[in-house]
Ligand binder design. Structure first.
Ligand code: FAD
Length: 143
């Protein structure tokens, strides 16, 4: 793909702005869609739109990516609609306060979006380590 693009672009005499635009377009349209740099992609296959198969459906993982999540969660109990308000370390584990009552656990993995941490949507007791705080609030001086 990269070779095909280079060959075509060489004749076009693009200025710097147009080159930037083209790079943006190629990234947005091909690199992110195919999950790969242009070099290993085949211009012929990409051109034929084979990522969607002949039916227009996903060809890489027919029936959708949620199969991966379903497989990983097959032996887990998943509660939805439970809002965590506080995560507190306790001897031998963690106490999690939620809108559905407290949950005790040996450990907690926090995967909420950064925005939730920025607006301190969850209270951590004790507070998060300084390095984490600095990553969440890079412009705030943590004393
Ligand atoms: C419109 C749109 C289209 C997208 N399209 C694509 C795509 O085509 N391909 C792709 O790869 N990516 C896509 N993305 C990006 C992708 O959705 C995210 O990168 C991905 O979902 C991030 O996963 P995450 O687990 O980090 O966060 P999230 O999926 O945001 O999960 C965080 C979870 O934490 C929960 N949460 C927040 N606060 C609390 C709390 N206090 N207590 C309990 N739970 C809480 C939230 O409810 C949420 O369920 C898209 C995103 C958007 C917005």
């Amino acid at each position: 793909m990269r070779r095909a693009v280079r060959r075509r672009v060489a004749d076009l005499n693009l200025d710097a702005f147009e080159k930037d635009e083209l790079t943006f377009y190629l990234n947005a349209t091909y690199t992110t869609e195919w999950g790969a740099d242009l070099s290993p992609l085949s211009a012929r296959t990409v051109d034929e739109g084979k990522e969607y198969g002949c039916t227009g459906e996903d060809a890489f993982l027919p029936d959708g990516y949620d199969q991966a999540a379903a497989h990983l969660a097959r032996n887990l109990t998943v509660d939805v609609g439970v809002v965590v308000r506080r995560v507190a370390l306790r001897r031998g584990g963690v106490l999690v306060d939620t809108n559905a009552g407290p949950i005790r656990a040996r450990a907690v993995v926090v995967t909420v979006p950064l925005g939730v941490l920025k607006r301190e949507g969850i209270e951590f007791v004790p507070g998060l380590p300084r390095l984490h705080e600095r990553a969440i609030h890079p412009w705030v001086l943590v004393c």
